[in-house]
Write a protein that binds this ligand. Structure first.
Ligand code: AMP
Ligand code: MG
Length: 503
């Protein structure tokens, strides 16, 4: 850290021993794509958690990152050699309203690391100080939301769902002012890129077709290289984003994940889950479930997620119109054709996934209705989403295990009415033990239960005790293993639950 001529703190730039294999393709795009600036240093960086396995996967040295010099980098106090820190520009529809300029208001992209397998990853510090895009915000993040994103994004990765990852959480030693002063923290987020639907909207809103083309070419090279060979590369690009996002939402639906703030600036072009603000996992199955305190209208409720994703992709198609055809009419025709592919691209993996969840490998008439009737009975009887499917795994090989499933329904008779139909269908499948094992590979035993996440964050924040956080993280890293104690639904006192956005 050093003091500049203007008296402000600046991040130290002298080369250190910690090596990042940076190759910063986004920082080579035109100036109007971002603002160049260093993170703002913090008072007292202290490493709370380092993701050793992810560091190794990226080709970084975890031992070096765990030193005070490493913590200084992860806090933004020291800029590693080869980094070209930028805050990226984007726009976005927030709860349906267009905001022409958002951008990284509290995040700085240090650069892109090329991993030993040649895959490219953004290394971004979130909570790293004000930027030209901060508007009224302080550019900082509090302990709680940082540890929450760490836990939930790593849980999603372990569940096998495309997501940004958490490399580290560092305490800043500085309070952030929210309703009350809270301890501050910085999250190091790793993503295959941070290009969003809102990034396209930023340039579309300015009528900057040249920038749109440059951005689309960049996104194609980075995420959809096969599209470059297509007759209409931009159409193929749009098709790729639609396919990946449809598959992503299907995966969310199949594990009861509610993103909570599906604004277009939080919808990634790569198809990864991004921006873990008010997200939460559903307990009792109910399509209307909303956890976010700011989502008063239920726009981003569990059951609305596919429709909202399609709406967000329509905003991407709209922004990309100048690239899609020679005339507006031709471009609109292309956009509409591609958007029509969303429904089948969602329904295929969603229905197929439900079938797998109840142990059906073949595809028979009536399978979707069978799964749908189970969901209906669960909704009418407050059955816990995760536990119902997990306990069905045992019931699939041993009818005696029905007792543990039916007890999850307020009226167990609802399960009793459904189970014989299921068993009759299961009889057409193969070996019961193999079927149960296949079910256990897709129906998690553990998810980030809201009350457990809160308890871990509270211990960390109030008592500086990271043991519950570590224990929960460890449990969430093996979600498909039965774990003692993880097989009980939350008590009524542990529900309902409310999340608070982006603070
Ligand atoms: P989010 O709700 O996290 O997706 O953020 C929406 C927009 O608000 C983005 O442009 C963020 O960069 C910005 N933002 C959120 N929190 C802050 C903050 N504390 N300081 C500055 N900008 C922020
Ligand atoms: Mg965001």
């Amino acid at each position: 850290m050093s003091i500049s001529d203007s008296g402000t703190l600046e991040a130290a730039r002298e080369g250190g021993a910690i090596r990042f294999t940076f190759d910063n393709s986004y920082a080579r795009l035109p100036d109007r794509f971002y603002a160049r600036l260093d993170p703002t240093p913090v008072a007292a960086p202290r490493l709370l958690k380092l993701n050793t396995a992810l560091a190794e996967r990226l080709g970084l040295d975890p031992a070096a990152l765990a030193t005070p010099e490493g913590a200084a980098i992860l806090a933004g106090n020291r800029v590693p050699e080869g980094a070209e820190p930028i805050a990226t520009a984007y726009a976005g529809h927030q709860f349906g309203n267009f905001v022409p300029q958002l951008g990284d208001g509290r995040a700085i992209l240090l650069g892109e690391v090329v991993a030993p397998d040649d895959k490219r990853f953004d290394i971004q510090l979130k909570g790293s100080g004000r930027t030209p895009f901060s508007r009224g915000g302080d550019g900082r993040a509090a302990f709680g939301p940082v540890l929450r994103e760490y836990l939930v994004s790593e849980a999603m990765a372990a569940l096998g769902i495309p997501t940004t990852r958490a490399l580290a959480a560092v305490a800043t030693g500085q309070p952030v002012m929210r309703e009350t002063p809270l301890p501050g923290a910085v999250l190091t987020r790793v993503a295959s890129s941070h290009i969003r639907v809102g990034t396209f909207q930023f340039f579309a809103a300015r009528g900057d077709v040249e920038a749109l083309r440059i951005l689309a070419d960049h996104a194609i090279a980075r995420h959809y290289p096969e599209a470059a060979q297509a007759a209409n590369p931009y159409r193929a690009f749009l098709e790729g984003v639609v396919a990946r996002q449809a598959a992503l939402v299907a995966q969310w639906m199949l594990i009861g994940f509610i993103h909570g703030v599906m604004n277009t600036d939080n919808t990634s072009i790569s198809g990864e889950t991004i921006d873990y603000g008010p997200c939460a996992f559903m307990d009792a199955y109910d399509a209307a479930t909303v956890f976010s305190s700011i989502d008063q209208m239920g726009r981003y409720a569990y059951g609305n997620q596919p429709r909202i994703m399609q709406w967000n992709l329509a905003r991407l198609a709209e922004a990309a119109l100048p690239l899609l055809g020679e005339t507006e009419e031709a471009a609109l025709a292309v956009a509409n054709e591609v958007l029509a592919s969303f429904a089948p691209a969602f329904e295929g993996p969603y229905i197929g996934g439900l079938r797998t969840k109840i142990g059906l490998s073949g595809d028979r008439m009536g399978d979707a209705a069978l799964a749908g009737d189970l969901l209906k009975a669960m909704a009418e009887n407050g059955a816990d989403f995760t536990l119902t499917f997990r306990r069905l795994c045992s019931a699939a090989e041993d009818e005696a295990a029905d007792t543990r499933v039916r007890s999850l329904f307020t009226d167990p008779a609802a399960y009793d009415a459904w189970a014989p139909r299921w068993r009759a269908r299961l009889a057409e499948e193969g070996d019961p033990a193999a079927r149960a094992a296949a079910m256990r590979a897709v129906n998690p035993a553990v998810i980030p239960r809201n009350h457990l996440v809160e308890a871990a964050l509270e211990a960390a924040m109030q008592r500086d005790d990271l043991a519950p956080f570590e224990a929960l993280l460890d449990s969430l890293s093996r979600p498909y293993e039965d774990q003692p104690g993880a097989d009980e639904p939350p008590t009524p006192a542990e529900m309902p639950y409310m999340t608070f956005c982006g603070t």
